[in-house]
Write a protein that binds this ligand. Structure first.
Ligand SMILES: *Cc1c(COP(=O)(O)O)cnc(C)c1O
Length: 456
């Protein structure tokens, strides 16, 4: 028998009862979000048209810990904790002295970490008397999670799904419909934002930026409807801290503490979710853990983008936030990690990256699939292509340990399973996936649309 079990769980009474809010501990606070039209700091009233007040309060809260409502805890208990897994077989395959752990979020009903925020978001909306939610989805993971959560609490769910994913992943659409959601490909002809894009480019593959515009417009124009976002925002990142809060307790049980924490980074929520509770110990207690955010080379927001005020969406309806951005008009190539195709980044992750608390790296997709297959063959779990970015970086770090002989402890977030991504695996296995270059020209072109607001 292994000294550390393959999987570490928590008892029900050990489950975290509070979320961790890094806003209480950041060395430098984020700059305020600005109104898309007036470019003045945004107030709660501005957000009230699309979000319930409790979520708006969480968005700007400076409290270190926020209680998880009992109803949300009850829902969490039905699928949490997610297991903390020791990757013994991957370690062996790599011949590394490193100890590799991963927190596996694929065990939630939707198959990814997105359930962790879908549940509280639906809960707070229901409490506020909202009966319908509008959202966008890229790879379909967020739309699935929100569809399930909306069904659990009896709310309607309207999903604008990025067209390329709609076509690449028809089963994701069926899954959302199974849970009662209404799903349309974005750009759609149901909103002004969608119609404007279609007029210019009837073949548009869509992007998260465009789909966000459609969902925000939907919510802003209907009283019964709120908008829900699956990443980026502070309240989403707050909810995802459940991952790291559990991981801390699970690692304590086996007397471990990570030398590095790794996560793939689209909008930043799973990375932040697993990292921030550990980062608190770096900030407050001098712990020396490294935090590595991994992004696709085709959409290298942190590693190549600019730290600037930019719009969260293409139609400039979402707030302007200070973040790393490739430009709100940038439409990334149709790479197979749809959940990582976003032009921007969480303002919290961006600020902490800017201040040197986070490292970034960008990985081309052929390398990502290589790592995904190596992981699947060793650990028997089929990872989502998004999650495989974190795997790739973890494998690289483990190989470095092999060279130096260091017995480092690596923890990464396995944000979801890849059961709905088999067309991507099929493409890779039949040699149809190639690397998409992100060029200096693309960056310059993308940055042309970034407004110049106090960031020179
Ligand atoms: C959505 C998604 C991501 C990317 O979103 P983040 O907010 O950066 O976490 C990563 N992995 C999976 C499985 C996803 O569904």
């Amino acid at each position: 028998m292994k000294k550390v079990p393959y999987r570490v769980y928590l008892d029900e009474q050990e489950l975290p009862k509070q979320w961790y809010n890094i806003q209480a501990d950041m060395p430098v606070q984020c700059k305020p979000a600005l109104h898309p039209q007036t470019q003045q700091p945004i107030g709660p009233e501005d957000l009230a048209a699309i979000f319930p007040m409790e979520l708006i309060k969480q968005e700007v809260s400076q409290e270190r810990y926020i209680d998880i409502p009992e109803e949300v805890q009850e829902m969490y208990r039905s699928f949490r904790p997610s297991p903390l897994c020791r990757a013994y077989r991957l370690e062996e395959a790599l011949g590394t002295p490193a100890k590799i752990y991963y927190k596996y979020e694929g065990t939630t009903p939707s198959g990814s970490h997105k359930m962790n925020t879908a549940i509280p978001q639906v809960y707070y909306n229901k409490e506020a008397g909202i009966t319908r939610l509008a959202t966008e989805t890229g790879a379909g993971q967020w739309g699935s999670a929100l569809s399930i959560a909306a069904q659990m609490f009896g709310l309607e769910c309207m999903v604008y799904m990025v067209r390329i994913s709609y076509e690449q992943k028809p089963y994701r659409k069926s899954l959302m419909q199974t849970y009662g959601a209404n799903v349309v490909p974005s750009p759609s002809n149901q909103t002004n934002a969608g119609r404007a894009i279609l007029e210019k480019d009837p073949e548009s593959l869509g992007s998260l930026g465009i789909a966000i515009s459609e969902a925000v417009e939907d919510a802003a124009t209907r009283k019964d409807t709120s908008y829900a976002l699956g990443s980026v925002l502070n309240h989403v990142i707050l909810h995802q801290s459940i991952i790291g809060e559990e991981a801390i307790k699970q690692m304590e049980k086996i007397d471990e503490y990570p030398d590095m924490v790794i996560g793939c980074c689209g909008g930043g929520s799973n990375f932040a979710g697993i990292s921030f509770p550990f980062m608190k110990n770096n900030i407050k207690d001098g712990a020396k853990t490294r935090f590595i955010a991994v992004e696709p080379a085709a959409c290298p927001t942190l590693t190549k983008g600019k730290f600037a005020y930019d719009f969260g969406d293409t139609a400039k309806m979402a707030p302007i936030t200070m973040m790393y951005t490739l430009g709100h008009d940038f439409v990334p190539e149709g790479i197979h990690a749809g959940g990582l195709r976003y032009h921007g980044e969480s303002p919290l992750v961006s600020q902490l990256y800017h201040d040197g608390l986070i490292e970034g790296c960008a990985v081309p997709q052929t390398k990502v699939f290589e790592a995904a297959i190596q992981f699947a063959r060793a650990e028997a779990i089929l990872p989502a292509p998004e999650s495989a970015h974190a795997i790739q970086a973890a494998i690289e770090e483990a190989k470095k340990c092999k060279e130096t002989g260091e017995e480092k402890t690596i923890l990464f977030a396995l944000s979801g399973h890849g059961h709905f991504d088999l067309s991507a695996y099929e493409a890779y296995l039949s040699g149809k996936i190639c690397d998409v270059e992100y060029t200096e020209d693309m960056l310059n072109e993308g940055l042309r649309c970034v407004p110049s607001i106090g960031c020179k």
